[in-house]
Ligand binder design. Sequence first.
Ligand SMILES: Cc1cc2nc3c(=O)[nH]c(=O)nc-3n(C[C@H](O)[C@H](O)[C@H](O)COP(=O)(O)OP(=O)(O)OC[C@H]3O[C@@H](n4cnc5c(N)ncnc54)[C@H](O)[C@@H]3O)c2cc1C
Length: 284
Amino acid sequence: MIPAAFEYVRATSLDDALAKLAAARGEGKLIAGGHSIVPLMKLRLSQPKVLIDIARIPDLSGIREKDGRIEIGAGTVHHDVASSPLLRERCPVMCDAASDIGDPQVRNRGTLGGSLAHADPSADYPAVMLALDADVQMKGPSGGRTVKASAFFRDLFTVDLAPDEIITGVQFTPVRAAAYAKLRQRASHYAIVGAAAALDAAGGRIRAARVGLTGAGPCAIRLRTVEVALAGNTASTDAIAAAVQHAAADLRTVTSDMHAREDYRRAMVPVFTRRALEAALTRL
Ligand SMILES: Cc1cc2nc3c(=O)[nH]c(=O)nc-3n(C[C@H](O)[C@H](O)[C@H](O)COP(=O)(O)OP(=O)(O)OC[C@H]3O[C@@H](n4cnc5c(N)ncnc54)[C@H](O)[C@@H]3O)c2cc1C
């Protein structure tokens, strides 16, 4: 449980972090909150030669609204997301998800960017990012780029992020009628199944719905069949109950582990998808 020897350096700005990452020539790793990378290093599953601390870069954290879009810096800790008055007012699903991540220690150190980059299959934010159709912003040696959340999460611990790139933040249009529901592991609070739902409705009808699912498989996915079943339907609990029956159609590989067997996870997906959609409905 002792990591291999490494050099520790602290970056003072985003450009400084990028330069330090480039200088490490593929042997460097970023550390933000350290709640995922440190356990990996202790198990020697990750053995960086250089650990680049990005936790104290001021411009990397913060929550703001600009031109009707919410921007959250990658270095923003879960506690700040959970307690943001702006998010509570404009997009409460972010506060719901962040406030139920781990415990106070994890929420005070763990960051949004670290969670997205690590892409634990049971992490909460990925489902919410999918439901909000968020843009993930990153910067590398050749400049910045933006990737839709639906293209960012690719497979188990695998995202569209090069080793020399740094996630700088996320951007999304706030949705008030959105909610998150999870069946959590008792000890860690990671999602055994977690569903995030966002509704766009008018005149008692659902114009569009987005549903992100985490915990069930190797990476977070959209439940597109449920979304299609809801679009154009009445904004009602009956329509939701009918739509979630289609959830199985979107499930590919379903995880079976010591926390829950595959058949249990399969059974819980429609239950928690319905809960998220019903909670979103009450916020319409
Ligand atoms: C006891 C415990 C309980 C937890 N419970 C939950 C839970 O209920 N729900 C949940 O979602 N998560 C949970 N977590 C995970 C927690 O949210 C972590 O904080 C998060 O997964 C990683 O964030 P971090 O800032 O600690 O990243 P770090 O551990 O510092 O880094 C993780 C990885 O991301 C990379 N990285 C970090 N920042 C960036 C960046 N800006 N750009 C590119 N790469 C970057 C690092 O190089 C590393 O590979 C738990 C963790 C612990 C220890």
